[in-house]
Design a protein around this ligand. Sequence first.
Ligand code: AMP
Ligand code: MG
Length: 318
Amino acid sequence: MQTVITDSPEEAAHYLNEGGIVAFPTETVYGLGAAICHPEAIERIFTAKGRPGDNPLIVHIADPGDLMKVASHISSDAKKLVLHFFPGPLTLVLKKNSSVPDSVTAGLDTVGVRCPSNSDANAFLKLCRCPVAAPSANRSGRPSSTKWSAVLEDLEGKVDCILRGKPSDIGLESTIVDCSGETPLLLRTGAVTIEKLQAVVPSIRTADSLRQHEPPRCPGLKYPHYAPDARVVLLDTGERIDPVTERNSAYIGLSLPAAERLALVKQCHNVDEYARVLFDFFRLCDSRNISIIYCQLPPAEGLGRAICDRLTRAASGH
Ligand code: AMP
Ligand code: MG
């Protein structure tokens, strides 16, 4: 199959409305979309990505007013979160309605919904005839794509169309909050931080506070996400870069590393830049056959908490 690359939301939406699968930019990472009214296209997303079928997809809508196209109930806490954070990098898990096929939700009775703020995503979604199920546009297990060129690298010949846009502003996947139960629960950290969420809904809990015997509420988090081929080593206070492997190693962090012969060094000026460039840096390291990527952990607050989460997953991915 030939993958068409276009700058036109109209052309991208045409492929999607015809039952194709289309990658598109968002402010978090690039998504790989299929219309929820085309179940055979949903199946193709899992095949193209090599994604396990028990890992549900997030449904994307053009307007917060479209929520009831996929949800059957919106709690009062969920309404507050919608008012404050939609459109934006927040996914809400809500009770689903019957228009959402089981293949999208992996058989769960809930659906993850997001309304992106990125203008290309919004223009594209407005032209799509039904809501768009879209996981991140990368091969399963690889770092999420934050540039259209990364989508092409992973999925050329497997998707019908790529809507070419700017690199993703945020660079990390959306925050996920489960609002399907009595108390909202933070399932995945992201740019809508726990501090921002608690300012709107003080009762929100984090998944760590769940009792051990409760089943995982976010199926995707049990898979080794976000991992480059290189080994990821976390640099906390006191950790050292191994001088023997230095020449074939890379470093990313907020301060400069205590090593001079590293093959690649990226110093980020703040956590926003760290989040924005992290996955692209992982991919660059893989293209240069780097064997170890040393990653400095930022302070675990605000966006730094989401970076620490992704780094910890990448480090345990192998
Ligand atoms: P991705 O779009 O690749 O970042 O993956 C979507 C993430 O959202 C995965 O970790 C899924 O497990 C999670 N997710 C999607 N729908 C639901 C849902 N209904 N309940 C809990 N987690 C969900
Ligand atoms: Mg993903």
